[in-house]
Design a binder for this molecule. Structure first.
Ligand code: ADP
Ligand code: MG
Length: 269
């Protein structure tokens, strides 16, 4: 296909090469297509440090694609991604990713502790043995997410919420400054969601940028500080209360939400 002409840099925003190293994640004109169909079109966004940011939008809006393109898992057609002011290749150690649960093959023979220890490899080196103190560090991270008792359980034998906790513990072990999660609360019970939110909020309080794809507009304002409302294009971005306007929701969700639902959601924030 012929790449369509796109505006790579919005004149109101700094060019990629001028992005300060304290901006955890900056997107400039990010455009991604699978074959001929764009999944993301000319998206500009800055994720703030020390805050919980949600990526919201209808099914197929490009939310998962956005996370994957930041990680270099899908090629970008145009635009730029900067992590702490640098291309991903220079900032990989700063980024942790918690994939959507159904995207992971849970058959591999690894315990919860093994998965968390993987978060330490960036620091101890792939070829070095995992020593006792590393296992202890991994165990401590599991305890932080309330999983100390299940450290030796095979990952495939854990419930959805427990698996999410393990992956969040791995992100803690990695000491990443940007933590990205794809629908971390999908399919977990309310108590687990509350526990995960508490852990993530604690991370954000230490200055980490937490960026999560979130599917539930009703809980957005309770859980998140900032939001990027997406439907292939950027519809709105900023503090949650400013993003969830009736007009923006209408543009993002169109006929997928009834007018009464739109009004109720906009009023709820
Ligand atoms: P969301 O996470 O917001 O639901 P996705 O980022 O998964 O949306 O997908 C955005 C669009 O790209 C959808 O139309 C989806 O069908 C399409 N898409 C996603 N992954 C692929 C792929 N690997 N190959 C082709 N099309 C894809
Ligand atoms: Mg998705």
């Amino acid at each position: 296909m012929t790449p369509p002409p796109v505006t790579i840099v919005d004149s109101e925003r700094p060019a990629p090469w001028a992005i300060a190293p304290d901006v955890p994640l900056a997107l400039r004109g990010l455009t991604v297509a699978y074959r001929a169909t764009p999944a993301l079109w000319n998206v500009d966004w800055d994720a703030p440090a020390g805050a919980m940011s949600a990526i919201v939008g209808p099914n197929g809006a490009g939310k998962s694609t956005l996370l994957k393109s930041v990680l270099g898992l899908v090629p970008t057609l145009a635009g730029e991604v900067r992590v702490f002011g640098a291309p991903l290749a220079k900032a990989r150690g700063d980024v942790a990713y918690v994939p959507q649960r159904n995207a992971v093959d849970w058959d591999f023979p690894a315990s919860a502790l093994d998965v968390v220890a993987m978060g330490l490899y960036g620091r101890i080196g792939w070829c070095r043995p995992v020593r006792r103190r590393h296992r202890e560090a991994a165990r401590a991270r599991l305890a932080e997410v309330g999983m100390a008792d299940l450290a030796d359980r095979q990952i495939g034998e854990l419930s959805g919420g427990q698996q999410q906790r393990v992956f969040i513990a791995r992100a803690l072990a990695q000491q990443a400054r940007l933590v990205m999660l794809d629908e971390p609360f999908a399919g977990v019970d309310a108590a687990t969601e509350h526990a995960l939110v508490t852990v993530l909020r604690g991370l954000a309080a230490t200055g980490v940028a937490v960026v999560a794809v979130h599917h539930d507009l009703a809980t957005l304002a309770d859980t998140f500080d900032h939001a990027l409302l997406l439907n292939v294009r950027r519809i709105a971005a900023g503090p949650v209360s400013e993003v969830l306007t009736e007009e923006a929701l209408q543009r993002a969700y169109g006929g997928r939400l009834a007018p009464t639902q739109l009004r109720a959601l906009a009023r709820a924030v």
